[in-house]
Design a protein around this ligand. Structure first.
Ligand code: HEC
Ligand code: HEC
Length: 384
C-alpha cells in the first residue's frame, strides 16, 4: 500500500474545520483542551477518547504507519470532498477499533499497563502480520531494529560528558550564554512531492524557549504559508494547502515544539531533559555516534545522537506517547558552520509521520530583535 502524504494532509484540513474556533480561544486562555471524545462524533474506545485532538490524529498516523495504510484505507473518501470520518462502513476501521481495545488489554493484563505492545509490534508495515520466520532471515543479517527505550550502557561515557563535548564543539558555554536570539533564512524542499520548486524558509528563535519555523512558497503563493510556532506557552501549526488549516497544538506536539525551541539555545541542553542516560554506541549515516536518551513531560522520550568525532548533534528523535504506539518525529542535522563564534547546523531534515521537510540555510543572524507576533498565532503574525 502506497502511503499518500497529500491525502493525510487533506485530512488535517477537514479536522481544522471540525474544531470549533471558540474552543481554540478557550485553550489559548489556559482552559482545559477538549478531548477527542468531545470533539468527534464516533470515538468510542476508552484508549483514544480522552486524548487531545492533535494526539488523537497523531494516533491515527501511528496506526496508518504501522500497517503502511493511509487514511483512506479505513475512512471512505479520505483525501476527497466526500470524506466521511464518522461512519464505520469499512471493515478495516471496525477491525482497527477491536485492535485498539486488544492492545490495551494485552498491555493491561501482561505489562501492568505499560505501553509494551503497539500496532507496530505485530504489523511492521504489513496489513496482515507474518506468522512464521523466513529462513533467509534466520541465516541473513540480524534484525537490528533498535529499541525505542534505549538500554543503559554501563560502560558508556556519562551523558553529562557527552553534552559538555557538544557544548564545547559549538563554541563553548560562554559563547552560547551570549546567544539571545537568531533569525535563520534559507530554503525548504523535499516535503511535498507533488509540488515542484521549494519554499523559502525563515526560522526565528528567542531565548529561552520561543521558536517559529515559517515556510512560504513564492512560486505558488496560493499554497499559503506553512508555520510551526511556539511562543513559550502556546503552540500552533498552520498547514500549507488549506484555507483555514490552522490549529493550536495541545498534546504531545506542544511538548515537542517546546523542546525544539529550548534546544535552539543548546547552552541549556542539560536542563531541558530529565533522567539522562547513555545507550550503546550506534551509527548514523555511517558515522559512529554516542546515544543519549532523556525524558520530557507527559511521557515524552527524546533520543539524541552525537557524532563521536566532532561532538555535534546529528540526530534527534522525539516520541510522544499515545495508547497505540509513540508518535515519532526526527530531525537530522548536518553542515555545521560558524556564525560569530557559535556553530549552527545549516542543513536539517525534519521528518514526521505525515512527511518530510529538508532545510538548507543561507544565513544566520544572531542577537537580532524579533517582532513577538512572529511566535504567536500564525494568521495574526507577519508573513515572510
Ligand atoms: C487502521 C484504520 C485507521 C486508519 C488508517 C485511520 N483511522 Fe481514523 N479512525 C479509525 C478508528 C477505529 C476510529 C474510531 C476510534 C474510536 O472509536 O476510538 C477512527 C476515527 C477517526 C476520526 C473521528 C471521526 C468522528 O467524528 O468520529 C477522525 C477525524 C479520523 N479517524 C481521522 C483519521 C485520519 C486523519 C487518518 C489518517 C492520518 C486516519 N483517521 C487513519 C481507524 C483508522
Ligand atoms: C498481537 C498482534 C497484533 C497487534 C498488536 C495488532 N494487530 Fe492488527 N492484526 C493482527 C493479526 C494477526 C491480523 C490478521 C487477522 C486476520 O487475518 O484475520 C490483524 C489484522 C488487522 C487489520 C485488518 C487487516 C485486513 O487485512 O483486513 C487491521 C485494520 C488491524 N489489524 C489494525 C491494527 C491496529 C490499528 C493495531 C494497533 C491498535 C493492531 N492492528 C495491532 C495482529 C495484531
Amino acid at each position: 500500500m502506497q502511503k499518500n502524504f497529500v491525502l493525510i494532509s487533506a485530512a488535517w484540513l477537514t479536522l481544522c474545520i471540525a474544531a470549533p474556533p471558540a474552543g481554540r480561544a478557550q485553550e489559548a486562555n489556559g482552559a482545559k483542551p477538549k478531548t477527542a471524545g468531545e470533539v468527534f462524533k464516533n470515538v468510542t474506545t476508552s484508549s483514544l477518547k480522552g486524548l487531545t485532538v492533535d494526539d488523537f490524529i497523531g494516533a491515527m498516523g501511528v496506526m496508518a504507519g504501522a500497517l503502511a495504510y493511509d487514511c483512506s484505507n479505513c475512512h471512505p473518501g479520505a483525501g476527497f470532498d466526500g470524506v466521511n470520518w464518522v461512519v464505520d462502513s469499512m471493515p478495516t476501521k471496525v477491525m482497527a477499533r477491536r485492535m485498539i481495545e486488544m492492545v490495551a488489554t494485552i498491555n493491561k493484563s501482561n505489562f501492568g499497563g505499560a505501553q509494551m505492545v503497539t500496532c507496530w509490534t505485530c504489523h511492521r508495515g504489513q496489513e496482515k502480520p507474518a506468522t512464521e520466520l523466513q529462513l533467509d532471515k534466520l541465516y541473513g543479517p540480524p534484525n537490528d531494529e533498535p529499541e525505542t527505550v534505549v538500554p543503559r550502557d554501563p560502560r558508556g561515557m556519562p551523558a553529562d560528558q557527552i553534552l559538555d563535548k557538544y557544548i564545547s564543539a559549538l563554541g563553548g558555554a560562554e559563547a552560547l550564554s551570549k546567544l539571545t536570539s537568531f533569525i535563520a533564512t534559507g530554503t525548504q524542499n523535499g516535503g511535498y512531492e507533488r509540488v515542484s520548486g521549494g519554499g523559502k524558509a525563515s526560522i526565528y528563535a528567542k531565548f529561552p524557549d520561543q521558536r517559529t519555523v515559517l515556510v512560504s512558497f513564492p512560486e505558488a503563493a496560493q499554497r499559503g504559508n506553512q508555520t510551526r510556532a511556539y511562543d513559550g506557552k502556546v503552540g500552533w501549526i498552520n498547514t500549507p494547502r488549506s484555507v483555514l488549516g490552522e490549529y493550536q497544538v495541545t498534546g504531545t506536539e506542544l511538548d515537542g515544539e517546546r523542546l525544539e525551541a529550548e534546544l535552539a539555545f543548546p547552552g541549556q541542553i542539560k536542563q531541558v531533559l530529565t533522567n539522562l542516560r547513555t545507550g550503546y554506541d550506534d551509527t548514523v549515516n555511517g558515522k559512529a555516534v554516542h546515544v543519549v536518551q532523556g525524558a520530557g513531560p507527559r511521557g515524552m522520550l527524546v533520543t539524541l545522537y552525537f557524532d563521536k568525532q566532532t561532538g555535534y548533534l546529528v540526530r534527534l528523535i522525539r516520541y510522544g506517547k499515545t495508547p497505540v504506539g509513540r508518535i515519532s518525529t526526527q530531525v537530522d542535522y548536518d553542515d555545521y558552520r560558524d556564525v560569530n563564534g557559535i556553530k549552527f547546523p545549516f542543513k536539517f531534515m525534519f521528518s514526521w509521520l505525515d512527511g518530510r521537510d529538508g532545510f538548507q540555510l543561507d544565513e544566520v543572524k544572531t542577537n537580532v530583535p524579533i517582532d513577538p507576533a512572529v511566535f504567536g498565532r500564525p494568521r495574526k503574525a507577519v508573513k515572510n
